[in-house]
Ligand binder design. Structure first.
Ligand code: SF4
Ligand code: SF4
Length: 306
C-alpha cells in the first residue's frame, strides 16, 4: 500500500481520538490542496533548508545531475530527478527527506492496532489521503482486519473512483467522510481537474445505502475563497445533501500548506489568501440551514476579529 504517513491522536478526521493513515496519490488536482506531498503516487524528496549544512554531498551523489544550489537554497530539477533516493541516504544532516513509501497491509495493521488503547468508544482508524479509494483493494483488506479486531473505521474520500471500489470498502467501514466541493461540473473541473458526475453518482450510491449498511455519512466541503465559497454553490450543495447525510462540515480555508509547497519547489496560488471570517462562515451555514440542510456546521480556523 502506498502511504504518505500515519498521524496519531487526530481529532479532525472523524469522531473521537483517531489514528489517520494517509495514502499517497490522488486523481484530483484541487488548486487549494493542503497536502501537495500526497498528490503524486510515488515517493518524492523534500529539502528542509533549516537542517542543511551546505556540504554538497547530495550534489556529488546524484547520478542525474538534478541538484544545484541557487539563490533560494537547494534546487531540485524534478524533470530530471528519477527518484533513486540516493541523495536522501547520503545527506549527513537529514535535510533531504523521502515522502511516501510502500508498506504491506499486514505490516500497517500491526502498527495501527497498537493505538487501540486511546480510541475509546468513539475513536478509531481513519484511512485518508491523497485518495484512499485509489487503493480500494488494499484499503478493504486493512479495514476488514481492523473491524474483525473491533476497531471503529472511517474512510475519508473525494469520491472519484469506481462504484465497485465502494462495494469492496463499505462493508468494513463505520463512517464515510465524503467531500463535495463544487456542485457545477464545469467549475468543478476548472478547480480540481475533473468533472463531478462520478463523485455525485457515488454520493447517491452511498447515501441510498447508508441506513441499510449502518453507515454514518459526513459530508465535507472545503470553503475556499473564490472557488467553493460562492453562495450559489453552497445553496446547490445544500439541496443535494439535505436529508441525506448525518453531518455537513464546512471546513474554513487555512493557509498552512504554504511551506509544504515551498519544500516541494512548487508555487501555490492561495499562498497569500487570507483566512475566512467567522461571520462569513456563519452566513454560509445559515444559507445551508435555510435550504433545509440543518446538519451543516463550520469547523476550522477563522480570521481574528479586528
Ligand atoms: S547533503 Fe544534505 S546537508 Fe549536504 S548540501 Fe545536500 S541537503 Fe545540504
Ligand atoms: S532522488 Fe536521485 S535523481 Fe533525484 S535528486 Fe536525489 S539523487 Fe538525484
Amino acid at each position: 500500500m502506498r502511504i504518505l504517513n500515519i498521524q496519531r491522536m487526530s481529532t479532525e478526521d472523524g469522531p473521537g481520538l483517531r489514528t489517520t493513515l494517509f495514502a499517497k496519490g490522488c486523481p484530483l488536482r484541487c488548486a487549494w490542496c493542503h497536502n501537495p506531498e500526497s498528490m503524486a503516487p510515488f515517493p518524492e524528496i523534500e529539502w528542509l533548508g533549516e537542517r542543511c549544512i551546505g556540504c554538497r554531498t547530495c550534489i556529488k551523489v546524484c547520478p542525474a545531475g538534478a541538484l544545484a544550489f541557487g539563490s533560494e537554497g537547494l534546487a531540485i530539477d524534478r524533470s530530471t530527478c528519477d527518484r533513486c533516493l540516493l541523495c536522501t541516504g547520503a545527506c549527513p544532516a537529514r535535510a533531504l527527506e523521502q515522502r511516501g513509501e510502500e508498506r504491506a497491509v499486514s505490516d500497517l495493521f500491526g502498527e495501527l492496532i497498537k493505538d487501540r488503547a486511546y480510541f475509546g468508544e468513539d475513536g478509531g482508524i481513519t484511512l485518508s489521503g491523497g485518495e484512499i479509494m485509489a487503493l480500494a483493494e488494499e484499503a478493504a483488506e486493512l479495514l476488514r482486519m481492523l473491524k474483525e479486531h473491533g476497531i471503529g473505521t472511517a474512510v475519508d474520500t473525494c469520491g472519484y473512483c469506481r462504484q465497485e471500489d465502494f462495494e469492496h470498502v463499505l462493508p468494513w467501514t463505520d463512517i464515510v467522510l465524503y467531500d463535495l466541493k463544487i456542485a457545477d461540473s464545469d467549475r468543478h473541473r476548472r478547480w480540481t481537474g475533473v468533472g463531478n458526475s462520478r463523485i455525485l453518482a457515488n454520493f447517491e450510491y452511498i447515501a441510498d445505502r447508508r441506513k441499510a449498511l449502518g453507515l454514518t455519512l459526513w459530508i465535507r466541503t472545503p470553503v475556499i475563497p473564490g472557488a467553493t465559497d460562492r453562495e450559489d454553490n453552497i445553496r446547490a450543495l445544500a439541496r443535494l445533501i439535505a436529508g441525506r447525510a448525518d453531518r455537513w462540515e464546512l471546513l474554513a480555508f487555512n493557509n498552512l500548506g504554504r511551506d509544504k509547497y515551498k519544500r516541494l519547489g512548487r508555487t501555490w496560488p492561495f499562498a497569500e489568501t487570507p483566512l475566512m471570517t467567522k461571520e462569513r462562515m456563519e452566513t454560509l451555514v445559515g444559507i445551508a440551514h435555510d435550504v433545509g440542510c440543518t446538519c451543516a456546521q463550520f469547523t476550522g480556523m477563522t480570521a481574528l476579529e479586528s
